[in-house]
Design a protein around this ligand. Structure first.
Ligand SMILES: C[S@@+](CC[C@H](N)C(=O)[O-])C[C@H]1O[C@@H](n2cnc3c(N)ncnc32)[C@H](O)[C@@H]1O
Length: 327
């Protein structure tokens, strides 16, 4: 059969991502998060803090955000690695409705799990009888995932990882089953996928009834209004690979539409996280930052430091958190 245009784009995106997330890149990605940006602690905080019943109104998409960004700029990784920061206080009654809980077990599918930065933190903060499955298309990322999770598997946690293309006709459904997961999560993966609607629908098929799909990604309200070419080189290094399919992150409506189109999701919760301080690698600025940050970069208004031989910019960042429940 001749592949359709969309299948070609999908295959191309996968190939670009395989190429991009090679051995060197995944090592850099890991070290950058662990030693500099602390992004995986923020992602874990947002996941563990996900409350399907009550939302802090300030986190709602329609409300103004706090002007202060989270994080102490004088501490390593802004203080995010402190467990008191990213693990909720379960004794506090305000946390009684959180989805995740160390006393409950879950089947979790971590899609585009990468090197397992978030996975290893999540596994240790849910019940020990949980099943945690990571899927990615980069063998090099999965090698680090397996290294990181080895000691957890040896101490009794059920963690598996697979290199699979979930939308492929050759998908092996004996490895990862449909209607089997309480939670499907995807952190910082969506902007790398070509067809978000297809991926969203496919991810929903792995959920049990009433299970939650939780997507966290970079976000930009002004996606339609800027072009990378508007900004002066060489300060902005345009990433030449096609691994990022949605430059600048995901707009609110695009995620909402893909929930609508999936046909089997309900109860949408889409909101912006609080803003937090982080460092972004200069090579990622053009493809991952909204217009106002690129304006600041252009006008030399961003602080920077050198890490691993590269420039990294100090920026206030927020994420979009989008969740929906299987019908
Ligand atoms: C920015 S990393 C995020 C990794 C991890 N979720 C995290 O939060 O640290 C994006 C990941 O998406 C993976 N990826 C890209 N396209 C994919 C696809 N179609 N299916 C599965 N994984 C994919 C890449 O290999 C990479 O590991």
């Amino acid at each position: 059969m001749i592949p359709t245009n969309s299948e070609n784009h999908h295959q191309n995106a996968i190939e670009e991502n395989k190429k991009h997330f090679n051995k060197d890149m995944v090592k850099l990605y890991d070290r950058h998060s662990i030693e500099l940006s602390g992004a995986h602690y923020i992602l874990t905080k947002l996941l563990l803090g996900f409350d399907p019943v009550n939302f802090h109104p300030k986190l709602d998409h329609s409300n103004d955000k706090d002007s202060e960004s989270l994080g102490d700029r004088n501490l390593p990784v802004f203080g995010y690695s402190n467990k008191d920061f990213y693990v909720p206080d379960y004794e506090n009654p305000k946390n009684s409705n959180l989805l995740f809980n160390p006393n409950k077990s879950f089947n979790v599918l971590d899609f585009a799990c990468g090197t397992g930065l978030v996975s290893q933190l999540m596994v240790q903060n849910i019940g020990k009888n949980s099943k945690y499955v990571g899927i990615d298309i980069s063998d090099d990322a999965l090698e680090l995932f397996n290294e990181k999770c080895k000691h957890l598997s040896e101490s009794g946690y059920n963690i598996q990882s697979y290199n699979l293309d979930i939308v492929s006709e050759n998908f092996d459904s004996s490895l990862v089953r449909e209607n089997d997961f309480d939670v499907v999560l995807c952190t910082l993966g969506y902007h790398h996928f070509h067809d978000l609607d297809k991926v969203t629908h496919r991810l929903s098929t792995f959920l049990k009834k009433d299970g939650w799909l939780i997507i966290i990604d970079i976000h930009s309200k002004d996606l339609d209004s800027y072009k990378i070419e508007d900004f002066n080189k060489p300060k902005i290094e345009k990433q030449t690979s096609g691994s990022v399919q949605h430059i600048g992150g995901l707009p609110y409506n695009q995620i909402k539409n893909s929930f609508n189109l999936s046909g089997n999701l309900k109860n949408y919760k889409i909101y912006l996280s609080d803003s937090f301080w982080t460092y972004m690698h200069s090579g990622f600025m053009a493809n991952h930052s909204p217009k106002h940050i690129l304006e600041m970069l252009k006008n030399d208004l961003l602080e920077s430091i050198k890490f691993d031989g590269s420039i990294n910019y100090l920026i206030p960042q927020d994420y979009i958190v989008a969740a929906a429940q299987k019908v």
